[in-house]
Design a protein around this ligand. Structure first.
Ligand SMILES: CC(C)(COP(=O)(O)OP(=O)(O)OC[C@H]1O[C@@H](n2cnc3c(N)ncnc32)[C@H](O)[C@@H]1OP(=O)(O)O)[C@@H](O)C(=O)NCCC(=O)NCCS
Length: 169
């Protein structure tokens, strides 16, 4: 029997950018942000599936603004849609002014996780019920993004990507 559908589970984590996290410009090192994003997405995936999950792919990350030494960085991750055994996770990143508390959005990232059973084999995960407008938009687009990433990974033939094709015809 398929696990019961459930609403998105959110994970919010805050870090302070320390000297060890920066590049020579005193900006947050991209690899450090990827690590924090991966961890936040993993927690979201675990909470949603109640299983061990592994990163299958990092699908989209952009670094729109430099994040400075001493900044506070908040990452909010949620499961946007699940398929059979895989979960698409969105992570939004804000820097936070430590004196005013004002938050500025720096970027968003999309990761794919896969849930595993006790034998390390992919296992079914609950569907997501989108509730907010943003969740509904992300849910709707997830099927096209999945088709695109599976084509790029050589795991789907372009001719099978019906939702993606529908964008162009
Ligand atoms: C991710 C992993 C479990 C997939 O195993 P697999 O044998 O390819 O399994 P399957 O072909 O049955 O695919 C399982 C799911 O993964 C998804 N998937 C596999 N490769 C993917 C990729 N490159 N991008 C997105 N999704 C992918 C499939 O679409 C499928 O999803 P679905 O069940 O929802 O349709 C396996 O490749 C693995 O263990 N990778 C290493 C993970 C890891 O160590 N991560 C830490 C970072 S180094």
């Amino acid at each position: 029997m398929d696990p019961k559908p459930t609403t998105a589970s959110y994970t919010e984590t805050t870090h302070i950018v320390l000297p060890n996290d920066t590049n020579v410009m005193d900006n947050l090192f991209g690899g450090q942000l990827l690590k924090w994003l991966d961890m936040s997405c993993a927690v979201s995936a675990h909470r949603h599936s109640h299983r061990i999950t592994v990163t299958a792919a990092v699908n989209n990350v952009s670094f729109d603004r430099p994040i400075k030494l001493g900044d506070m960085v908040t990452i909010k991750a949620h499961v946007s849609r699940t398929f059979n055994t895989s979960l698409e996770i969105w992570a939004d990143v804000w820097t936070e002014n430590q004196f005013t508390g004002e938050r500025i959005k720096c970027n968003s990232a999309i990761y794919t996780f896969v849930a595993l059973d006790e034998n390390g084999k992919p296992a079914p995960v609950p569907q997501v019920i989108p509730v907010t407008e943003e969740e509904k938009v992300r849910f709707e687009g997830a099927l096209r993004r999945r088709q695109l990433r599976l084509i790029l990974a050589g795991k789907m033939k372009p001719g099978e990507a019906s939702e993606l094709k529908a964008l162009f015809v």
